[in-house]
Write a protein that binds this ligand. Sequence first.
Ligand code: SF4
Length: 307
Amino acid sequence: MNGKSENSRNNGKCVCHVCLHHCALKEGQYGRCGARKNENGKIVCDIYGRITALAVDPIEKKPLRHFYPGSRILSVGSYGCNLSCPFCQNHEISMAGRSHAGRGEAASESGEAPPESGEAPSDYEEISPEKVALLAEHYREYGNIGVAFTYNEPLVGYEFVRDTARIVRERGMKNVVVTNGSVTLPVLEEILPYVDAMNIDLKGFSEEYYRKLGGDLETVKTFIVRAAQSCHVELTTLIVPGENDSEAEMEEEARWIASVGPDIVLHVTRFFPAYRMEDRNPTRKETVYRLRDVAGKYLKYVYTGNC
Ligand code: SF4
């Protein structure tokens, strides 16, 4: 994105056009994502190179089932998210940017063997795009195929994704983005030349549900259509009891996905109580299996998750 399309002015405020919210920010103010702010009359990315989580994960954990199955991928995350899902499984880091206090100094890089997934640290470490690409190469001997940008919403800090992915690609490795698909098309176009695969959340198939999450279904649909023209795409729908678990909604969703591409993979996953939905029951396994069967009437590849 050039500076003009990313920044415009509104009543003396600076407007960020990275995602659907188009936040109008006063000097020093952060956007809803907690990742971008108005600094000296310009929207800047505050999370560039700030890594809160880093692990070499099986590719199936992203989840991606039809992209280099059996491989592993260096997964990195920062903090901040532009949606407000009350069931967020990663809320410690995705929502961390919303309170700008308590962050520590960068820790030192250490260790030779790939780190395993674990609790995301509450603080971040400054790691340059070059260093991330070097780490990805280092872990090649452990079956690593590249870098996955994940854990928080990576595209609220798309500049780091773009710059890192470019170097990773130059080194002959792959790039994966795990995203809620709620950024604008100019941002998507910035990263698409370097992205090999995406897992995109399609959280449900009604505007009403997306509004509850602080999002917009049409934006996500537009994002999915464009992404699927350029790279391998798999989708994930987390089934939350009483929210998006009707057969009619899944039928409509699967029919639409098939119209975009009948080979697109859909992951139908089971909700477990988390964050602001800790008092809910997990989704019944039977519900997930039933919705998988509904989607399977239209799609060739539907997988269940967390069952
Ligand atoms: S990326 Fe962040 S600051 Fe920019 S519009 Fe979205 S929520 Fe607002």
